[in-house]
Design a protein around this ligand. Structure first.
Ligand SMILES: C[S@@+](CC[C@H](N)C(=O)[O-])C[C@H]1O[C@@H](n2cnc3c(N)ncnc32)[C@H](O)[C@@H]1O
Length: 307
């Protein structure tokens, strides 16, 4: 049975699948010319960049948590957290935002993808695709298909999240979901102590999240990406995070180099006050602002810190 729902399947162009280095399947969007995941592994990325910084052990005393997955795609980030919450007997109230139904459809048609989940989690992923969500004793969830800028507002205002995963395509290619306005709306949806987690370490994103009142931490590069200075951002509401993994801490306060990055033109935000701008409009507006800015250039910052 094919589900009936609104989605914009032209947005991503064609989707090509490939196998990543951990053996999990991923996709590439021909329109964005970007892969959904790092080549080191789709599932591995979900684990290292989203699950670990979520630090599920914090929720031991809670019976349920609220999770928002922005840019659900093939569902790896949600799948991986569902597996862990199931093991820990923590209920989940889940919401997902996604513009295109095809990534989940392609994922579910792959035996490799299906085999990588427990039967319980696979059933939930199927229900998200076929029935737009699920409800059972231990958990419930709903996906809202469409532009996340609009669908976020369909989630009742009183619902606040313990965790928000943000996994949009890169800000320079898909700025709609990274604008100051959208990130501020997401930040407002966090409970005290809640975390917004993203693979992006872009200065513009961190600066917007900071202005939205969140404390910013840098995700440390994962084993195979040691040459990078960060593998993402953990933005927390009101909470100072102590070292969670003794001797193996996976995030830290921003280094002086990263703090200084927020003072460069790269930190000028993506603006979308109407929440209807096209990516081209957002990018051109930002370029104009950068050209007029007296902030230091990011190339000067790079010369100082990265050469
Ligand atoms: C990098 S992929 C997400 C990967 C995903 N987290 C996974 O585990 O497979 C980015 C996703 O953002 C979605 N997307 C792009 N623009 C969007 C928008 N305006 N609103 C909602 N989703 C959007 C794309 O359809 C795509 O599935």
């Amino acid at each position: 049975m094919e589900p009936d729902r609104k989605s914009n399947s032209t947005k991503l162009g064609d989707l090509r699948n490939h196998i990543t280095e951990d053996g999990s399947i991923s996709l590439e969007s021909t329109y964005f010319q970007e892969s959904f995941h790092s080549r080191y592994g789709a599932k591995r990325e979900a684990k290292e960049k989203f699950l670990y910084p979520a630090e599920i052990s914090r929720f031991k005393k809670k019976t349920s948590i609220n999770v928002l997955d922005v840019c659900l795609g093939m569902g790896y980030n949600s799948g991986i957290i569902l597996e862990e919450l199931n093991k820990a007997s923590i209920r989940i109230n889940w919401s997902g935002l996604e513009i295109d139904t095809r990534p989940l459809k392609i994922a579910l048609s792959s035996s490799l993808f299906r085999k990588s989940w427990s039967p319980e989690v696979l059933k939930i992923i199927e229900s998200i695709y076929y029935f737009n969500g699920w409800e059972e004793q231990a958990s419930k969830g709903e996906v809202l298909w469409g532009d996340a800028r609009k669908t976020l507002d369909e989630i009742p205002e009183n619902i606040k999240f313990d965790l928000i995963f943000h996994d949009g395509f890169s800000p320079s290619k898909c700025p709609e979901v990274w604008s100051e306005e959208f990130l501020t709306s997401l930040a407002k949806r966090l409970i005290n102590g809640g975390r917004l987690i993203t693979y992006s370490s872009a200065a513009a994103i961190r600066a917007s999240l900071k202005r939205a009142g969140l404390n910013i931490y840098s995700l440390l590069p994962v084993e195979k990406q040691k040459k990078q200075w960060s593998s993402g951002t953990l933005a927390a509401k009101g909470e100072v995070i102590n070292s969670p993994f003794q001797g193996n801490q996976r995030w830290q306060a921003l280094t002086p180099m990263e703090e200084e990055h927020l003072l460069t033109r790269a930190a000028i935000p993506y603006r979308d006050p109407t929440r209807k701008s096209t990516s081209l409009e957002i990018i051109s507006q930002r370029k104009i602002e950068q050209q007029a800015s007296r902030m230091i250039s990011s190339s000067a910052w790079k010369r100082k810190w990265l050469n």
